[in-house]
Design a protein around this ligand. Structure first.
Ligand SMILES: Cc1cc2nc3c(=O)[nH]c(=O)nc-3n(C[C@H](O)[C@H](O)[C@H](O)COP(=O)(O)OP(=O)(O)OC[C@H]3O[C@@H](n4cnc5c(N)ncnc54)[C@H](O)[C@@H]3O)c2cc1C
Length: 411
C-alpha cells in the first residue's frame, strides 16, 4: 500500500482535504497533473510582473479562509472598498460608507439623486443588512425565495443605474451577465464583500494554495496525470498506486471524465494584463454601467495601485477581463480599447504582459441553490468547488467535508 489515502488533484479542495488527513496522522499522497500546486489559482512572473492565471481576488472574510488560512502571512494588499461605475454622464465611485470614507462624497451625491433605486437595493439585500440578533447567514438565506438573481433583483424593484452597477459588478464576479446564478449565492457573495476587502497576496494568488500545501512536503507529487481511478487504487500511465481510500479532487470536468460523476456546466473568462508607464490613481474595480456597454470587458483595474508588489518599480499593471463563450469576441485590441475607456486613459502605449483564457473557470450555480452536494460517490470521495460553491470558500469547505468523510470511514 502506497498511502492511507490517495488524493487526485492539488487545487485548494484536494490540498485542504490532504492537510486535514495529514494533520490527523494519516499517510496521504497527492497526485497532481500540473507542474505546481494551486489548480485554478496559479501565478506567473513575467518581466518582473506578477500575473495570476485569470484575474481573481481573495476575500479574507470567507469563513473558511478565516479559519484555516494564515492570512497575515500572505501579506494581503486590499482593493478599494467600492466600485468605479462608468455611466453615460461620467465616472462615479460608489463605496462602502464606513470602509471607504474618501468615496463618501461621491457615493452620497450619486445615491441622494436616486432614493428609489437605493431603497430597492436595500430591499434586495435587506436581510443581510439587518439580520436579526442570533440569526445566522444560512438561516437568513434559507428563508429567501430560491430564484435566479435576475428575478430576485426584479422582485425587489432594483432598476436604473443601480441595477446596471449591480449587474455589471456581478458579471465579473459570477462570470455570467444574464442573471442566471441563484439569487441566494449572489447575496452570499454580497455579504462577504460588505465584510471583507477583496485582496491580493504579496507573492500572488498562488501563495494561498502553496501555504495550504507547505506541511505536505513531498507528499504532493507533481506531473502525475491520473487516467484511471478505482475504490482503492489510481493509475497514471504504467504506474499504479494503492491506498485504503481514494479522493477525486479535480475540477468538475476532470471528475466527470475520470469517474463519470454528474457535474455542473462551467463558465469561462479571459484576462489580458498590460504594462503601463502611467496609470490613474484608482484602486477600484471599474465597470461599464452605461446603457450600452462600449466593449467586451466585465471589469478593468490598475492592479498595481491596489497591489504594488504585482509590478516592478516605475511600471503599472493593468488588467481587463471579459466573458468567454459562443458569440463573444475578446480580441486584444477590443479589450485594450475598453480598458482604456473604463479607466479614462489612452491605452495605446500599453504593452501586453500576458493573456489567460480560462474556459472552465467556475461551475454554473443556478437556482435552486444547493451548496452542499454529496462528497461520497459510491466507494469514492469527491471534492472540489463543483460539490459546493464555485469559490475559494467552496473549494476549501468541500475539501474539509471530504476529509471528514474519509476520517469517518477509516475509523
Ligand atoms: C479566472 C478565475 C477567477 C476566479 N475568481 C475568484 C474569486 O475572485 N474569488 C473566489 O472565491 N473564487 C474565484 N475563482 C474560483 C476559485 O479559484 C476556484 O473555485 C477554486 O480555486 C477551485 O479549486 P478546486 O480545488 O475545486 O479545483 P481546481 O483548482 O481546478 O483544482 C483541481 C486540480 O486537479 C488537477 N487535476 C485535474 N485532473 C487531474 C488528473 N486527471 N490527474 C491529476 N490531477 C488532475 C488540476 O490540475 C488541478 O490542480 C476564480 C477562478 C478562476 C479560474
Amino acid at each position: 500500500m502506497d498511502a492511507d489515502v490517495l488524493v487526485v488533484g492539488a487545487g485548494l479542495a484536494g490540498l485542504r482535504c490532504a492537510r486535514v488527513l495529514h494533520d490527523a496522522g494519516h499517510e496521504v499522497l497527492v497526485l497532481e497533473a500540473a507542474d505546481a500546486v494551486g489548480g485554478r489559482i496559479r501565478t506567473e512572473r513575467v518581466d518582473g510582473f506578477l500575473v495570476d492565471r485569470g484575474f481573481q481576488l481573495l476575500n479574507p472574510a470567507y469563513p473558511a479562509v478565516r479559519r484555516w488560512v494564515d492570512v497575515d502571512a500572505l501579506g494581503l494588499q486590499g482593493f478599494g472598498a467600492g466600485v468605479a461605475a462608468v455611466t453615460d454622464s461620467g465616472t462615479t465611485a460608489l463605496g462602502h460608507p464606513v470602509r471607504a470614507p474618501r468615496l463618501l462624497p461621491q457615493t452620497m451625491r450619486t445615491s441622494l439623486g436616486r432614493p428609489g433605486e437605493i431603497a430597492a437595493v436595500l430591499r434586495w439585500a435587506g436581510p443581510l443588512v439587518r439580520p436579526r440578533r442570533n440569526e445566522s447567514l444560512s438561516h437568513v438565506l434559507a428563508g429567501r425565495n430560491d430564484v435566479d438573481r435576475a428575478a430576485g433583483l426584479d422582485r425587489a424593484g432594483v432598476d436604473g443605474l443601480m441595477r446596471r452597477v449591480v449587474d455589471r459588478f456581478f458579471a465579473g464576479v459570477l462570470l455570467e451577465d444574464d442573471g442566471s446564478t441563484a439569487d441566494r449565492f449572489a447575496l452570499l457573495l454580497a455579504w462577504m464583500f460588505v465584510r471583507g476587502v477583496p485582496s491580493l497576496p504579496a507573492a500572488g494568488m498562488q501563495a494561498l494554495p502553496e501555504q495550504v500545501a507547505a506541511p505536505l512536503g513531498d507528499r504532493v507529487q507533481l506531473g502525475q496525470r491520473v487516467d484511471r481511478v478505482a475504490a482503492t487504487s489510481v493509475a497514471a500511465g504504467d504506474r499504479t498506486w494503492t491506498a485504503r481510500q481514494v479522493v477525486v479532487a479535480t475540477d468538475g470536468p476532470g471528475a466527470h471524465e475520470l469517474i463519470g460523476v454528474e457535474v455542473p456546466a462551467t463558465k469561462g473568462v479571459v484576462t489580458t494584463w498590460w504594462s503601463a508607464t502611467d496609470a490613474p490613481s484608482s484602486d477600484l474595480l471599474h465597470v461599464d454601467a452605461r446603457h450600452q456597454p462600449r466593449g467586451p470587458l466585465v471589469n478593468a483595474a490598475v492592479v498595481s495601485r491596489a497591489a504594488p508588489t504585482y509590478a516592478p518599480a516605475g511600471r503599472h499593471l493593468v488588467q481587463g477581463s471579459a466573458l468567454l463563450g459562443p458569440g463573444r469576441s475578446s480580441d486584444e485590441p477590443a479589450m485594450r480599447r475598453h480598458a482604456g475607456d473604463l479607466l479614462g486613459v489612452d491605452p495605446s502605449g500599453w504593452e501586453v504582459v500576458a493573456r489567460h483564457e480560462v474556459p472552465d473557470a467556475l461551475p454554473v450555480q443556478p437556482a435552486p441553490y444547493s451548496p452542499h452536494r454529496p462528497v461520497r460517490v459510491g466507494e469514492l470521495v469527491v471534492c472540489g468547488d463543483h460539490r459546493d460553491t464555485g469559490s475559494i470558500q467552496g473549494a476549501l469547505v468541500s475539501g474539509q467535508r471530504a476529509a471528514d468523510s474519509v476520517l469517518a470511514a477509516l475509523r
